[in-house]
Design a protein around this ligand. Structure first.
Ligand SMILES: [Zn+2]
Ligand SMILES: [Zn+2]
Length: 472
């Protein structure tokens, strides 16, 4: 049988899907190298100059039109190709985490102790999303598909929330559907949400004095902070079960023999439901006031990160799930199997978990115990986020194990599952107006008349110094 006869026997959709997957494969090595380069130069949120530039320049070289330093953030950009409707957005992140520096070895071994590292795999996230955008552009070009494919370079997901400022700047106003993914330990598409979170810095101001010679003249800002946190621990018993409250004392004074005139608590609270979290937050503020009242200090509250929970989208979940099954998982090579085995020894996996060859698509609901500014996007545009197996099963995010694997071929193979799934899904949406309508109907149904609310006021400046701790 001649090849073109064979092709004629296959349904058109299957041939088109193969073409999209071929386009992803053609760029896999290049974007794998970019992900590794970003991994080698981990940068904290709002300071991702090198990482952002790498992705931006690669997209520009592939014919995308760049809008640079958008929404008041030097490392935020959009890269668009095509024109008019529909507009399909793909989100990319590229920020690292403090203190998670790690070599690409299966034992804990930092490249530079205390330095940042890619413990959330955002080097893969940003690169895989960009790879998908390029493959989609080529497919649009080849088939004359109408519309726009747009990559969003979104800074500071780990704190600071770049996407919220991009929403306020109107950058999502014309978008029909947003797709994104996150590195994880399984290839999975479902209807899970994430936790809404709210965070603040509580700054206590007291009066300094000699801690031994004149303690009665002092008012301890640290006492104010400690009393607030004691109240938080008592509050913990009387909040809904799914609530999370965590904090650090980011400034506890400067010397034991000086009554601290300044102290700072950084606190984050989370709950699956935003209105419930708002109620808890009111009570947290009372804990702070109580600390200040009893110690005759003063407290100021500075709003920090505030993320919405993710709004699931039933139609997009079905479409992306279908495409992940077409995209397929992957097998470990012998070396990768050995590496994964070593990693597994470093934590006790309670049970056998599905491997990277499995694709888990279901309609399970509930909430993962994490938060993201993808949640805020999901209340403004029909959005779907999924995970791909960039880590051996059982690996926790924000760990040295995750940072290690994000720099290896295991991470890059998982990234390709994501890129294939994203590209197939975006092309489906571009060629089928009904699929976009279904996503919008599902969006309205899940919103059920509720609207997006955030503590981050429109027009406020992004906290570009988010990772610099306050000294006083
Ligand atoms: Zn993270
Ligand atoms: Zn992340």
């Amino acid at each position: 049988m001649r090849p073109h006869v064979l092709l004629a026997l296959l349904p058109f959709a299957a041939v088109a899907d193969d073409a999209v997957l071929d386009r992803v494969a053609a760029h896999a090595e290049r974007f794998g190298a970019i992900s590794r380069q970003i991994w080698e130069t981990p940068e904290l949120g709002f300071h991702e100059q090198k990482s952002s530039a790498l992705l931006r320049d690669e997209l520009r070289a592939n014919g995308f039109t760049i809008a640079d330093a958008v929404a008041g953030m030097p490392t935020a950009f959009t890269a668009s190709w095509g024109s008019g409707k529909p507009v399909i957005g793909i989100l990319g992140e590229f920020d690292a985490l403090p203190g998670l520096s790690q070599k690409d070895v299966p034992t804990q071994d930092p490249i530079a102790a205390g330095a940042p590292g890619h413990g959330c795999g955002h080097n893969l996230l940003g690169s895989g999303a960009a790879l998908a955008a390029v493959a989609v552009k080529e497919e649009m070009q080849a088939r004359g598909l109408k519309g726009t494919i747009r990559y969003y370079g979104t800074p500071a997901e780990e704190g600071g929330g770049g996407k919220i400022y991009m929403i306020h700047a109107g950058l999502f106003r014309d978008v029909d559907v947003v797709l994104t993914w996150h590195p994880g330990d399984a290839n999975a598409v479902n209807l899970r949400s994430s936790l809404a979170n709210n965070g603040a810095k509580f700054r206590f101001y007291g009066i300094a004095s000699h801690a031994a010679a004149a303690p009665e003249k002092g008012r301890s800002a640290l006492d104010g902070a400690l009393l607030m946190l004691h109240a938080i621990e008592m509050l913990r018993e009387h909040v809904p079960q799914e609530t999370r409250m965590h904090y650090i004392i980011s400034n506890g004074g400067s010397a034991a023999n000086v009554v601290p005139a300044f102290s700072e608590v950084t606190l984050v609270a989370r709950h699956p439901d935003t209105p419930t979290l708002e109620g808890i937050w009111e009570r947290i503020l009372k804990c702070a006031q109580a600390g200040a009242l009893a110690t005759e200090t003063r407290v100021e509250v500075e709003q920090s990160t505030n993320y919405a929970n993710t709004l699931p989208n039933d139609a997009l979940s079905a479409l992306v799930g279908r495409n992940m099954r077409k995209a397929g998982g992957y097998e470990y090579s012998a070396d990768e199997r050995r590496f994964a085995g070593e990693i597994r020894k470093s934590f006790s996996a309670a049970r056998e978990l599905p491997g990277p060859d499995k694709v888990l698509t279901d309609a399970s609901e509930g909430s993962v115990s994490a938060s993201s500014d993808v949640g805020d996007v999901s209340w403004n545009v029909p959005t779907l986020s999924f995970t791909a197996a960039t880590y051996t099963p059982g690996t926790a995010a924000h760990s040295w194990q995750a940072a290690a694997q994000a720099g290896t071929s295991i991470g890059r193979k998982g990234m390709l599952v994501a890129a294939r799934t994203l590209a197939l899904s975006a092309v489906d949406l571009l060629q089928d107006a009904n699929a976009i309508d279904a996503a919008k109907t599902a969006f309205d149904k899940r919103k059920a008349g509720r609207t997006w609310a955030t503590h981050i006021a429109a027009g406020s400046k992004p906290p570009l110094n988010y990772w610099q701790s306050e000294s006083h």
